[in-house]
Design a protein around this ligand. Sequence first.
Ligand SMILES: [Zn+2]
Length: 313
Amino acid sequence: MSSIEDIVVTVTIDAECDYDPNWIRSKPLTFRSIQEGLPERLQPAFAEVGAVPTYLLTVEVLEDDACVQTLRSLQGDFELGTHLHAAFIEPQKKFFDYAGVDSPDFQCSYPPDIEYQKLKNLTMLFENQLGYAPRSFRAGRYGLSSQSLRSLQRLGYRVDTSITPHIRWTEPNATVDFRKAPQQPYYPSDEHIDRPGAASESTMFEVPVTVKPRFMRNPLWFRPWFSTVDQMKDIFRYHVKKHSNQRVLSINMMFHSMEIIEKASPYPQNLSEVQYFIEQMQEALQWCEQEGARFVSLNGVRDAFQTSTDLSR
Ligand SMILES: [Zn+2]
């Protein structure tokens, strides 16, 4: 018997400058992924299926006035949050020209106060450019620690989506180990990011990226291009079965804005591949809805779980 009453599907997108097919920032630096990708490709595609994306914005996007203009006039349903690549913001900023540069740092390898100041500067940049405070976050290269979560909490964030269960990242400059992290949303404990702690209104809520573990192989991601539609259906069914004791179930699709611009990532390299990516994404999302799921923003996932807790009291 399944206790699941509510399946919420969210789409979380790292929204950055264009990269090149080797995952290096474009040179010269371009922003097709924001200026064209969001209004012309992604928002119409999400509107067709009724999904509510959350775009997590990097420093260089928020510093670019044309990008901010695009974001301010974006149509349809969406949430905006932040995404930190720590080498690109003060203090200890390493690059002033971002063109042709890789992402060399995990934010959590900086001293706590430096990491906090970087997050604060990113948050203030968001507020200055968009006029309100961000509530959602993802760390660049998933480099999040308990220290990072405490900083985010101090800055008023509510939801993080940096955790990739079953995966251990060993590059570029630290080890981030999420192998034991929960597959479904939780309130991380103060000391151990990969363990549930006490829930409270002020505690950060973690919405892990949706993956399915595989024996002796890398996990499958609920992500277009990385997985076929059939594989995404399989991941969805795996979560429904494995977490049938929950009242609310979360499915979190992630990718980057650059992936729907040809040659701006290692993935689609021409327009027909972009079209294929978007069609696969829409097909997987539509199938989830047929299975009874509804679409929410990243903060909407927290709301769904909170409502459920209230009801069960
Ligand atoms: Zn990133």
